[in-house]
Write a new protein. Structure first.
Length: 94
């Protein structure tokens, strides 16, 4: 089961701090990102009390649902992933 990400209030605050040219990039990230519930990969990789992971830009969880705080937390990790991936790609191309 998957769910598309919707913008949450804390992300709106972050977007206000961004340069206007970067805002479209962040909206695209949110539109591409998916949440996978009851995910077999998450059940395989996670141990102990860990229930959710951001894995290559997707959010994977052992749970049936996630709180808005958890979604927001993992969404921030996805932003970090795509920003560093993009920066690394630019350096590699140049």
């Amino acid at each position: 089961m998957t769910r598309d990400i919707e913008l949450l209030e804390p992300l709106d605050d972050i977007r206000r701090l961004l340069h206007p040219s970067l805002e479209k990039f962040h909206i695209i990230i949110l539109q591409l990102m998916k949440i996978y519930y009851n995910d077999k990969l998450a059940k395989t990789l996670l141990f102990g009390n860990f229930r959710t992971i951001m894995f290559f830009g997707t959010i994977r969880t052992k749970n049936d649902s996630l709180s808005d705080e958890s979604v927001n937390h993992e969404t921030i990790h996805a932003h970090q992933y795509w920003e560093t991936f993009g920066a690394g790609l630019v350096v590699w191309i140049l």
